[in-house]
Design a protein around this ligand. Structure first.
Ligand code: PLP
Length: 470
């Protein structure tokens, strides 16, 4: 494809993108295809000769698009949002066009220097103190792995990097029964072993019980194990559990344990002064992650990872090779040593576009709008005698179930599972299953950039109608 053809296709593509976004409500939210259906439309081997772009685009629309779940649909209420925005998409077009691989300062000084600057903007926006330094990771899971590895190295005096883990004491990681699975996954990768992940019980607000955490730490110490890392949550996945940072952090301080905070979703709400209380006790935190790619209008992937001691992170990951050196080595930031991958995309650009395009106030208005919509839905659910909220609303996250009087708990679980499948099969809304206190629940997370009151009303109408027809 020569540059003139590229220009012409790109113009057509942008028209398609605008049409897609403006017409997205006509599409089913969740793909309605059966397993294998899309694969069967794809030939077993790559074409020998190149094909025209018109043909590729036509096949994309006919064969591929039906198998796409539309995360930017305003009735997408599943998981957590991976919301995006036009400024972010435009920046991604630039990033893809430039195609820079930003592992070193020298391989694109603008990418490094912008990353440092916009993460500092974001740090101020969420009210983290200036002792924190930011870096963009691919995911919250990646940042949690970084935390577990840094904790491992600190706990072993940086010996496990040199000599491996065998022969040393067992390292222990702590989280709560509500913590996202990325902590367990990270602990498996980082060599703690799954059996050395302690899932501490939670209280009636789903927050970790500090006394239970400290008791577990003391028990491990007494048995000769080394408590290395605690992961607390601000907005855990299931019901949005918010741990008491100060209470957990004080325990970490007392026992010399690395303290990571997973704020993957709810961290965006820290740009709202009325939710800053969640960071109370932040002086005890060693690292924190939140994902602008969840709820801050920035395309996936973009995880903002803040560390108090960048040297410890760098020492954990640093490698050297002559081909990675440059004249500036040591005088500039080379983000290659701040995480697992060597290669890095120019991710800061989309964040810069988003922050400049909306401004702090624009982003705050978005989030407040979503929280207000969730409050409305919460009131609707509470007003219906045959529905119940099974956990308190957290920000824009709700868990509820259909609970008509009569059937036993097992039958109610089955009823709600059928309700959820009917909703998702309708293509009119997309929600996620959950278990709360052992019972099946339907989980709704509001956070799509185009979601308005009418979408919430329509979803609620659909839920009530479907439930009562079961
Ligand atoms: N932490 C929480 C609370 C999450 O909800 C999620 C994912 O939804 C993660 C971590 C993992 O996020 P990522 O996909 O960025 O690894």
């Amino acid at each position: 494809m020569d540059i003139d053809e590229f220009r012409s296709h790109a113009h057509q593509m942008v028209d398609w993108m605008a049409d897609y976004l403006s017409g997205i409500e006509k599409r089913p939210v969740r793909a309605q295809t059966a397993p294998g259906e899309i694969a069967s439309a794809l030939p077993a081997t790559a074409p020998q000769a190149g094909e025209p772009m018109q043909q590729i685009m036509a096949d994309f629309q006919r064969d591929i698009l039906p198998g796409v779940t539309h995360w930017q649909h305003p009735s997408f209420f599943a998981y957590f949002p991976a919301n995006s925005s036009p400024p972010s998409v435009l920046a991604e077009m630039l990033t893809a066009t430039i195609g820079a691989q930003c592992m070193l300062w020298q391989t694109s000084p603008a990418a490094t220097e912008m990353e440092t600057r916009v993460l500092d903007w974001l740090r101020r926006m969420i009210g983290l103190d200036e002792g924190f330094t930011g870096v963009i990771q691919d995911s919250a899971s990646g940042a949690i792995l970084c935390a577990l590895l840094t904790a491992r190295e600190k706990a072993t005096g940086f010996d496990s990097n040199e000599n491996g883990l065998s022969g040393g004491p067992e390292l222990v990681a702590y989280c709560s029964s509500e913590t996202h699975t990325s902590t367990e996954k990270g602990a498996k990768i980082a060599g703690y072993g799954r059996r050395n992940v302690r899932k501490i019980p939670v209280d009636e607000t789903f927050a970790i019980v500090p006394e239970a955490l400290e008791a577990a730490v003391l028990e491990d110490k007494a048995a000769g194990r080394v408590p290395a890392c605690v992961v607390a949550s601000l907005g855990a996945t299931g019901v949005g559990a918010i741990d008491d940072i100060r209470a957990v952090g004080d325990i970490c301080r007392r026992h010399g344990i690395f303290f990571h905070v997973d704020a993957a979703w709810a961290g965006s709400a820290l740009i709202l002064p009325e939710y800053r209380w969640m960071l109370e006790g932040q002086e005890t935190i060693d690292s924190l992650v939140f994902n602008p790619h969840k709820w801050l209008l920035t395309n996936f992937d973009c995880a903002a990872h803040y560390v108090r001691d960048p040297e410890a992170l760098i020492r954990t990951f640093a490698i050297d090779a002559t081909y990675l050196q440059s004249r500036e080595t040591g005088q500039v930031i080379d983000y290659r040593d701040w995480g697992v991958p060597l290669g890095r995309r120019f991710r800061a650009l989309k964040l810069w576009f988003v922050l400049r395009s909306y401004g702090v106030e624009g982003l705050q208005a978005f989030l407040r709008g979503h929280i207000a919509l969730a409050e409305t839905l919460e009131a609707r659910i509470a007003a219906e005698p045959d529905f119940e909220l099974v956990a308190p609303r957290v920000l824009s996250l709700l868990n509820f179930r259909y609970a008509p009087s009569g059937p036993d708990e097992e039958a109610v679980d089955g009823l709600n599972e059928r309700l959820l499948n009917a909703l998702n099969d309708s293509g009119e809304a997309y929600v996620t299953p959950n278990r709360v206190h052992g019972r099946y629940a339907i989980r709704i997370a509001i956070g799509q950039a185009r979601t308005e009151a009418r979408h919430i009303e329509a979803a609620w109408e659909l839920i009530r109608k479907t439930a009562r027809s079961l």
